[in-house]
Design a protein around this ligand. Structure first.
Ligand code: AMP
Length: 192
């Protein structure tokens, strides 16, 4: 199975690139942010819980997030591979993902991190906020907090997969096509 972690701070272009990757590789895309937003939109207990954290730019607790991710994977047994977008964001999430995939006799093939300067991230997110309707994109303070949480809690996941030689950093500034080519080169190198 072609299991890819698409990694990077908020605004680094993960969602945009994930859409193109699905087309090219025909694999399942799981975005934990999208799953939380779906639950929030339906006012489910999980959505209400997630909203407490998302509205502040904090991470939703690991146990909630990991359970939701596992349910989504289990609901798609026919998937030929998965793009994990926005997950894992903590070391416990990474360890849980590895153990979970291991039980299914599969593993993460590569983690691709999109590297984008902070000023560019803030600019992109404020821009996106004008059209996305996402409350957490519209407020500069929440954006700054999300970037801070990425630095303090999430960036370590890159080092975690580096110990298995699975982490690759990609320059995340350029046209969508240029960045896509860098990503597919990295995937092809890792998997074939
Ligand atoms: P995203 O759409 O990936 O930017 O995620 C939006 C928000 O959803 C984040 O700021 C977190 O509050 C929450 N979230 C998404 N994925 C995770 C995760 N793997 N762990 C914890 N919280 C998450």
């Amino acid at each position: 199975m072609l299991n890819i972690i698409l990694f990077g701070p908020p605004g680094s272009g993960k969602g945009t690139q994930a859409e193109k990757l699905i087309e090219k590789y025909g694999i399942l895309h799981i975005s934990t942010g999208d799953l939380f937003r779906y639950e929030m939109g339906n006012n489910t207990p999980l959505g209400l819980k997630a909203k407490e954290y998302m509205s502040k730019g904090e991470l939703v607790p690991d146990e909630v997030t990991i359970g939701m991710l596992q349910n989504k994977v289990n609901a798609n047994p026919e998937a030929q591979g998965i793009i994990f977008d926005g997950f894992p964001r903590t070391i416990p999430q990474a360890e849980a993902l590895d153990a979970f995939l291991n039980e299914k006799n599969t593993e993460v093939v590569v983690l691709i991190a999109l590297d984008v300067p902070e000023e560019e991230l803030v600019k992109r997110l404020l821009n996106r906020g004008q059209s996305s309707g996402r409350a957490d994109d519209g407020d500069e303070q929440i954006i700054k907090n999300r970037i801070q949480v990425y630095k303090s809690e999430t960036s370590q996941v890159f080092d975690y997969y580096s110990q298995f030689n699975k982490s690759v950093s990609i320059h995340g500034v350029g046209t969508i096509e240029e960045i896509f080519e860098r990503i597919t080169d990295a995937i092809d190198t890792a998997c074939c």
